[in-house]
Design a protein around this ligand. Structure first.
Ligand SMILES: Nc1ncnc2c1ncn2[C@@H]1O[C@H](COP(=O)(O)OP(=O)(O)OP(=O)(O)O)[C@@H](O)[C@H]1O
Length: 271
């Protein structure tokens, strides 16, 4: 079976450190998969490999059966890999519309030179791009801030704009890097709802890195656990939560105490 996104024995070394070590994982259409692990486990490096920001040391990554070896990083977006970043990477002086439109332009086929030579396609593409941006704005319920300068918005609103920009690339799989970090509970619940809607209504698969264990356990179909770059285990949230290797990996760290507490609360139905 061809998976939507497939990593096989993916390794990334920095000098002597295996930041990611022989990781094999996949995401199928319609799935929400989370990658968790203590600080330094290799999660961000893994995302940077999947989105073409970093080259692999060894192994392979494919999307819809197409091996990404030799594919230029900017083409990853066109092949359907979209992402958000851990630290907001928005144009703070641009409006919400401008920022989401940037995502659309990453996806568009027309280059600047082509745009200078032909008129028909670029113009049609531009009209279609603006229409798509408006659909995304409506989907994310941010009509009321569409013309606001991004730098003036709250952190939660900015995160939503970043989500919008990633959606504007029309991804087949969307990588969300700690999308709810720094958000309050209400904002987190809003994002959880949007993630589920993105899957249900837009048919986009999701791969997320997350420290918020409530979110992970609530919305993931499968959870992949890393520690020191290697996979500890992979499975349904309930299986992963009680895995001895996972508990051990988290024990003693701050994230672990939060995670352990969250896991227990979830198990105990305290939410
Ligand atoms: N550019 C780099 N050069 C050298 N080492 C790196 C580089 N990037 C990451 N590392 C190392 O690789 C390991 C994995 O780091 P990574 O940032 O991927 O972990 P993480 O799971 O995302 O951590 P966090 O939860 O804190 O964001 C760490 O030991 C880190 O120091």
């Amino acid at each position: 079976m061809t998976h939507l996104l497939e990593l096989r024995d993916v390794t990334k070394s920095f000098g002597g450190i295996h930041a990611v070590n022989a990781v094999t994982l996949h995401v199928d259409k319609g799935e929400i998969v989370s990658v968790i692990g203590p600080n330094g486990a290799g999660k961000t490096t893994l995302f940077n490999l999947i989105s073409g920001v970093l080259p692999l040391t060894s192994g392979s990554i494919s999307i819809e059966g197409r091996d990404l070896a030799g594919v230029a990083p900017h083409r990853y977006v066109q092949l359907g890999i979209g992402r958000t970043f851990q630290n907001l990477a928005l144009f703070k002086h641009g409006t919400v519309v401008d920022n989401i439109l940037v995502g659309r332009h990453w996806r568009m086929k027309t280059s600047v030179i082509e745009a200078a030579l032909h008129f028909g396609r670029p113009r049609r593409e531009e009209v279609a791009a603006r229409r798509r941006v408006e659909e995304i704005i409506e989907f994310l319920e941010i009509e009321h801030i569409r013309d606001k300068v991004v730098g003036t918005l709250s952190y939660g609103q900015q995160k939503r704009v970043e989500l919008g920009r990633a959606l504007a690339t029309d991804p087949k799989v969307l990588l969300l890097d700690e999308i709810v970090a720094g958000m309050n509970q209400e904002e987190t619940e809003d994002i959880a709802r949007f993630i589920l809607d993105i899957r249900e209504e837009l048919g986009i698969a999701i791969l997320l890195i997350e420290h918020d264990m409530h979110l992970v356990m609530d919305i993931s179909d499968r959870v992949h656990v890393l520690n020191f770059g290697s996979t500890i285990t992979e499975g349904r949230p309930a299986e992963v939560r009680s895995h001895p290797g996972v508990i051990e990996a988290y024990l003693g760290t701050k994230a672990a105490r939060a995670a352990g507490g969250a896991a227990m609360a979830v198990e105990g139905g305290a939410r």
